[in-house]
Design a protein around this ligand. Structure first.
Ligand code: SIN
Ligand code: MN
Length: 202
């Protein structure tokens, strides 16, 4: 584990924060989450199906359709979102706060060819809390722009076990995933990438 983060446009990137056993244990916990709340691919507010499949754990889950981006109390099937696994909360406690736990853990699953366009995470009520991101599986090129739309961007490859803290002046930066190097990690037996983002919602 590195003792200081790489900082790119104000985003802290803790490379190798989770070792392989920790990644495997977290993945096993996430399989339980997905069993209780199966992955789905929502539509953007423009009616286009996202290439990333997702689900959530916590009090709220992130959801999107033509009505817009928002948090919902229940999975589309009607069940409550499962609790955020302890292995995931431990990372939040270590990197963000032991006082206030996140309300939502969004689980994004990138199959071959999946990507995510530049966007801001701004559906939360309180931007004073950072978003914490955990990457598992195949490596992905993470692009970061500015708080305002447009302008230049920079990118960094995120690898399995990397943790990012998107907070402070960087809390509302535009960010996205250009591409995933499919099959570059052995963590997921069928390949692919899982990204978790932990958010305080209200
Ligand atoms: C996100 O912005 O929700 C996901 C970022 C990532 O997959 O690393
Ligand atoms: Mn995001």
């Amino acid at each position: 584990m590195t003792d200081a983060p790489l900082i790119l446009r104000g985003v802290e990137i803790w490379q190798g924060a989770l070792d392989r056993p920790a990644q495997e244990a977290m993945l096993a916990d996430l399989r339980e989450v997905v069993r209780a709340a199966p992955l789905f691919s929502p539509e953007t507010r423009f009616g286009k199906k996202m290439s990333v499949a997702m689900t959530s754990a916590g009090t709220y889950g992130w959801y999107s359709d033509r009505r817009g981006y928002r948090y919902e109390r229940r999975h589309p099937s009607g069940v409550d979102w499962p609790p955020i696994p302890e292995s995931v909360l431990a990372v939040w406690r270590a990197r963000v706060s032991a006082e206030r736990m996140p309300d939502c853990c969004l689980v994004n699953y990138y199959r071959e060819g999946a990507k995510m366009g530049l966007h801001q995470d701004r559906d939360e009520a309180d931007f004073s809390w950072p978003v914490l991101s955990i990457s598992l599986g195949d490596e992905a090129r993470f692009r970061i722009g500015s708080v305002d739309r447009g302008g230049t961007t920079e990118s960094v490859w995120l690898r399995s076990g990397d943790v990012c803290v998107i907070g402070g002046d960087a809390r509302l930066v535009h960010h996205g995933i250009d591409k995933v190097r499919f099959g570059s990690s052995t963590l997921l037996s069928d390949g692919g990438r899982v990204n978790l983002t932990l958010r305080v919602v209200d």
